[in-house]
Design a binder for this molecule. Structure first.
Ligand code: ADP
Ligand code: MG
Length: 225
């Protein structure tokens, strides 16, 4: 209906506006970061070390929030292409090899052979990045992440299972709410962005968790869009 069209037009306008603002914030931030780094170099005796490090980390935090908002603003007009989801998952796993090693986390991959390609946007990667990042962050003393992908009729089911600290029942419904985080330096935007991307792909996202045991994140994507 006309009302629906007007609504989605407004929504994509809001997205463009958000993307525009995000870029406008990024440029001066990059310049600020450069100057703070210069201060750090000039601080020979290190008396301003802590202050400068705090400035850098605060700038990085703003950058992180802006990046996440940018993903949220962008995906609507990004092209859909046939992609090998196993290849995408592999790339994401490799991205986290260093961090996983650092925290004694083993990443295991269990993918069915010959999975059909999926019609999806490049930003689908961001979902697996956000979910795998959470999984690793939930295991500060090490553990295991299993990444699975299998076909179920006309859908592909992707699961990322960790042996981390888990999510209390009372919090599971808050997941994906903007700025919901239980982490000291979390943004609480990762899963909101991920859910939005999966929704754009007409897929679903589900969480199962037990405190002290671990969490399973399940993403189901249709094979034909
Ligand atoms: P952030 O990671 O910045 O906190 P997210 O949107 O990625 O934001 O996640 C929101 C919250 O959901 C986290 O702060 C955490 O409480 C919970 N969470 C998400 N994934 C996991 C997981 N694998 N294990 C435990 N808690 C999780
Ligand atoms: Mg996160």
């Amino acid at each position: 209906s006309e009302e629906f069209i007007r609504r989605s037009e407004k929504l994509s306008l809001a997205g463009e506006l958000a993307a525009g603002i995000a870029h406008e914030i990024r440029n001066p931030l990059t310049s600020l970061r450069g100057f703070v780094q210069l201060y750090m170099k000039e601080d020979m005796d290190g008396t301003k070390k802590l202050r400068n490090e705090i400035m850098i980390s605060e700038i990085d935090r703003i950058n992180e929030i802006v990046s996440e908002l940018l993903v949220l603003a962008k995906p609507s007009n990004e092209a859909y292409e046939l992609r090998d989801i196993v290849n995408e998952l592999n790339k994401v796993a490799r991205l986290f090899e260093g961090q996983a090693n650092l925290y004694n986390v083993q990443i295991k991959q269990e993918f069915d052979n010959h999975l059909p390609f999926i019609n999806c946007q490049r930003s689908i990667n961001q979902v697996f990045i956000n979910v795998l990042k959470n999984a690793i962050e939930s295991m500060p003393d090490g553990g295991e992440v299993i990444m699975q992908a299998k076909q179920m009729k006309d859908e592909i089911c992707i699961r990322i299972i960790d042996t981390g600290y888990g999510i209390p029942q009372s919090e599971i419904n808050k997941i994906g709410n903007p700025f919901f985080t239980t982490k000291e330096t979390g943004t609480g935007l990762g899963l909101m962005v991920s859910m939005k991307i999966i929704q754009n792909h007409k897929g679903t996202m589900r969480f199962e968790s037990e405190v002290g045991k671990g969490t399973m994140v399940e993403v189901i994507l249709p094979i034909v869009k």
